[in-house]
Ligand binder design. Structure first.
Ligand code: NAD
Ligand code: ZN
Length: 350
């Protein structure tokens, strides 16, 4: 097992990579937890892993409660959060108890937000079960829900007290959900670590997953440590996401998954960077190669006009500029303000 210490102004905690989730009870005792543990999970994850996780907690003397949410982004809403408050109340949770998120990014984001707001904050731990959640959403403290007006519009920074990552969870992921996580892993390589990019291009075996997760979390941690509240450097984590979000939106969130949309967004960002002569020629082709190898799309039937229209409500749009993330090379990202009208032209060059 490898650990990464996260130290931010709002908390310090450990990310345990290669941990065994069946030893969660022992870990929570180590952290000084006592009393109740309230597990929040979803209808796909709990039936596979909930039993062993609960057993481990009960063996260590915890009083275990659980709430199983309907799986899916469409349930990442305030009304689900409200149902959690109700459950926490019925379970009689107090601030000396612990909440545990067992699931992908949806469960993690909802639970982190509910934990941060119920009784003005109950400590919570993240036990992420998708690759995306293990390398991205469970670290950094962003939590929240979607509203009818857009994704992640309501939320808070709420750091967990511990993150326990067991790569064994990945064995039951569908190929497409695993590929979504790989899109984010590829992103980390592209923005920060060309060695990581090269390793992913060669292919990641099952026994290399733990190292891959470690490298990705290390990169996210280093970036978040510099910019906890997302006001500058942290924006580079959005490489591929400006256009990715637009692509997701154009497809009404059911044509492309997040990872697929980000893959397309990264190809666009490389094409735009090459056109502006910030990104070396040939970079786009290198990105296409690694994405294809991981079963991710590299082009779309959506038109540049459709994508541009969908950019309108993007959070990163400020005034007549969009803060765009481009690659100076594979392994180094830069933030470049691009005028909106110019972006419209640049989108034609894919
Ligand atoms: N907080 C952050 O910093 C941050 C960062 C990136 C993404 N996110 C959020 O994360 C969410 C996406 O997360 P996700 O991709 O993990 O989606 P998800 O939580 O919806 O999980 C995807 C699917 O896989 C299932 N699943 C989860 N683990 C499984 C396992 N081990 N075996 C079998 N099935 C399993 C889930 O039930 C779900 O159906 C989005 O809501 C996004 O906004 C948050
Ligand atoms: Zn993403």
């Amino acid at each position: 097992m490898k650990t990464i210490q996260v130290r931010v102004s709002s908390g310090a905690y450990t990310v345990n990579i290669g941990a065994d989730y069946k030893l969660i009870g022992h870990r929570l005792r180590e952290l000084g937890c006592s009393g109740k543990v309230s597990i929040v999970s979803d209808t796909n994850v709990f039936p596979i892993y909930g039993g062993d996780l609960s057993d481990s907690l009960e063996k260590k003397g915890f009083e275990v409660h659980y709430t199983i949410l309907d799986a899916g982004e469409e349930y990442k809403t305030l009304s689900t959060v409200e149902s959690l408050y109700k459950a926490f109340h019925l379970q009689g949770l107090t601030r000396s108890d612990t909440i545990l998120a067992l699931g992908g990014g949806v469960v993690g984001d909802i639970t982190g937000f509910a934990a941060g707001t119920y009784l003005r904050g109950i400590p919570y731990v993240q036990v992420p079960t998708t690759l995306l959640a293990q390398i991205d959403s469970s670290v950094g403290g962003k939590t929240g829900v979607d509203t009818g007006d857009g994704k992640n519009l309501v939320g808070m920074f709420n750091q967990p007290m511990d993150v326990l990552i067991d790569p064994a969870f990945l064995d039951t992921l569908s190929l497409s959900i695993r590929a979504d996580g790989m899109a984010e892993a590829i992103k980390y390589g592209l923005i920060r670590d060309d060695g990581l990019y090269k390793r992913i291009l060669r292919g990641i075996d099952q026994d290399e997953m733990e190292t891959l997760i470690y490298d990705c979390v290390s990169i996210k941690n280093a970036i978040v440590a510099q910019d906890e509240f997302d006001q500058g450097e942290r924006m580079i984590l959005n490489f591929g996401h400006t256009i990715g979000h637009a692509v997701e939106k154009c497809g009404n969130y059911n044509l492309y998954t997040h990872g697929q949309a980000v893959a397309i967004g990264m190809v666009y960002a490389a094409a735009i960077g090459e056109k502006l002569q910030i990104t070396p020629a040939g970079t786009k082709d290198r990105i296409v190669q690694v994405l294809q190898k991981n079963g991710l799309p590299t082009e779309t039937t959506l038109t540049p006009e459709q994508i541009f229209e969908a950019l309108g409500s993007d959070k990163k749009k400020s005034g007549s500029h969009i803060q765009f993330i481009l690659l100076e090379r594979v392994g180094k990202a830069v933030i470049v303000p691009i005028e909106t009208y110019k972006l419209k032209e640049l989108l034609q060059f894919m």
